[in-house]
Write a protein that binds this ligand. Structure first.
Ligand SMILES: Cc1cc2nc3c(=O)[nH]c(=O)nc-3n(C[C@H](O)[C@H](O)[C@H](O)COP(=O)(O)OP(=O)(O)OC[C@H]3O[C@@H](n4cnc5c(N)ncnc54)[C@H](O)[C@@H]3O)c2cc1C
Ligand SMILES: NC(=O)c1ccc[n+]([C@@H]2O[C@H](COP(=O)([O-])OP(=O)(O)OC[C@H]3O[C@@H](n4cnc5c(N)ncnc54)[C@H](O)[C@@H]3O)[C@@H](O)[C@H]2O)c1
Length: 476
């Protein structure tokens, strides 16, 4: 048995916890997967490195509308893939070597491990590790529907799809973040894409206007079927046949579609079940490890001293910037047990890097209506504004016909409740709204106090804020 000052389970966001504070202390980092975790190896970073070339390919259609004739001659997928993974694999490998052999005070266990008590683990090869402090950053994994043929080699999750040779025919199963991003990448780079959506509505957890308009836009670009897969079968040409049926009345009729590869993007679950949480007495609720606001793991509803968790294993956001924020809180709380700080989850934004881009923060319209009803607000207290990109000068320059900013606010106070953007650079345009929600800036003050550069596309946010008609804060 080897004892450490700190044991970290998971080398994704967990890797950032080893600050200079631990230089003269013993640290164990345990990871049975690829060093560096999901975001670096199979998540945010490589996907966005494919999204950008896809965006360049998309510009051909946009340019044509504006009288500029470009030609898409094709994408050198193999080259793109080698460039992306040449960079990423190098970073992952260098990180692993640094932890494994260059730091004297850190031991890397490249194995899966399970808990035997809150502060002790056993690795797959039987090594026992104990520690004074423990951080669980074990992430999440893709879930697959239980249908015949799901284990065929042509069926992928986001973990493996980016390493394939370019497929001419792709079936994407699911309607969430991952499905939207990959359907767009493969379509834009020249593949024939069919997306199977169980509900027929893409990005369904977003505001209904986003879901409705994104579904319409995506359906113009690739084949979106209101259907769910029932089986995948090998085909004689080396590909597969995906059988599908309509999940409810009004859906696509049953049928089959041939594909080279299938990407299954039907959600991710916390890895907590694979840690053996019972012997450790960890609380698990709704499939995630329970933590308090200081990221301390709970046992029978009480925080365990010196045991923390962060990221996808213990939150339902499943976003890297949330895992990073929680990691900063854990870094502080590990080093200052007498001055614990809480994680602030008030205004967590997200973006879907597809085409058109989507970005959101705060309440959707149904959630805001529910709040208004619960709190007995007057009829017109909920202010809603929808501002089209095309209503601004830069939108004219772009001849934009799809982009919009939708805002929800409380009329009498100007409190911004939610923001939902779809269109060019939505992931950047949303940032001032995130700031305002975080700092409690009301809609009128945000529109009037700072200068907004004219005629930047950001004016669409300024105009949406003014369109809300919330209380006049007096700022001219
Ligand atoms: C395709 C894709 C695209 C994404 N894009 C974005 C994006 O654009 N923006 C965004 O904010 N988020 C994005 N995400 C989500 C983001 O990647 C995750 O929220 C984030 O990486 C979670 O970090 P983590 O530290 O909690 O877990 P991870 O980075 O997954 O780290 C967990 C580590 O724990 C290890 N582990 C698990 N169990 C054990 C065990 N029992 N023993 C030993 N080791 C174990 C795993 O091998 C893994 O390396 C994306 C995710 C995917 C899949
Ligand atoms: N840009 C980003 O920030 C980004 C990008 C990718 C992933 N992520 C994170 O990763 C998480 C997982 O992404 P995801 O797209 O897998 O999950 P998701 O929860 O966004 O979407 C899952 C989709 O699969 C559908 N589905 C579930 N079971 C099904 C079944 N049996 N048959 C057919 N459809 C089914 C659901 O209806 C839903 O549309 C996201 O929640 C997100 O937080 C973030």
């Amino acid at each position: 048995m080897t004892h450490y000052d700190l044991l970290i389970l998971g080398s994704g966001s967990g890797n950032s916890l080893i600050t200079p504070y631990w230089d003269d202390k013993k640290v164990a980092i345990v990871d049975g997967g690829i060093f560096g975790g999901t975001c670096l190896n199979v998540g945010c970073i490589p996907t966005k490195m494919f999204v950008y070339p896809a965006q360049l390919a998309d510009s051909v259609d946009e340019a044509a509308r504006l009288g500029v004739d470009l030609e898409f001659k094709g994408a050198r997928w193999g080259e793109i893939r080698e460039r992306i993974f040449g960079r990423i694999d190098f970073i992952s490998d260098a990180g692993r070597k640094y932890r494994d052999s260059e730091l004297e005070n850190v031991d890397l266990y490249a194995e899966f491990a399970t808990f035997t008590s809150p502060k002790s683990m056993v690795t797959a090869s039987g090594k026992e590790i104990t520690a004074d402090k423990v951080v669980i950053a074990a992430g999440s994994r893709a879930v697959l529907p239980d249908i015949p043929g799901i284990d065929l080699p042509q069926v992928h999750t986001s973990d493996t799809i980016m390493r394939v040779d370019f497929p001419q025919r792709v079936v994407v199963v699911g309607s969430g973040f991952i499905a939207a991003e990959f359907a767009n990448i493969f379509h834009s780079l020249g593949a024939k894409v069919t997306q199977l959506s169980r509900s027929g509505e893409l990005l369904r957890t977003h505001d209904p206007l986003v879901s409705e308009r994104f579904t319409a836009e995506a359906s113009k670009r690739w084949n979106v079927l209101h259907a769910t897969p029932t089986a995948v079968e090998s085909a004689t040409d080396g590909g597969v046949v995906v059988r599908y049926e309509n999940p409810d009345q009004g859906g696509t009729e049953a049928g089959e579609i041939a594909a080279d590869v299938v990407l299954v993007a039907t959600g991710r679950v916390s890895n907590v079940d694979r840690l053996d949480p019972q012997p450790a007495g960890f609380d698990v609720a709704d499939g995630i490890l329970s933590v308090d606001e200081f990221q301390r793991v709970l046992s029978n509803g009480q925080p365990l001293d010196g045991v923390f968790a962060l990221g996808d294993v213990s939150n339902t956001y499943q976003l890297k910037h949330v895992a990073n924020r929680e990691a900063r809180v854990v870094i502080h709380n590990l080093e200052h047990p007498e001055d614990l700080r809480a994680t602030d989850h008030r205004a967590v934004p997200s973006a879907v890097f597809t085409h058109p881009q989507v970005a959101s923060v705060g309440l959707t319209e149904p959630q805001a209506r529910e709040l208004a009803e619960r709190e007995g607000w007057a009829e017109d207290e909920l202010a809603i504004a929808v501002q089209e990109y095309g209503s601004t000068a830069y939108g004219w320059a772009m001849e934009d016909q799809t982009g919009f900013v939708k805002l929800l606010a409380r009329k009498s106070t100007g409190e911004i409740l939610g923001a939902h953007l779809m269109g060019h650079e939505a992931s950047n345009l949303i940032q001032p709204l995130v700031q305002a929600m975080q700092f409690g800036t009301d809609a009128h003050t945000l529109a009037r106090a700072p200068y907004w550069i004219h005629p930047a596309l950001m004016e669409v946010v300024e105009n949406a804020l003014l369109s809300l008609g919330t209380k006049d804060s007096g700022t001219l």
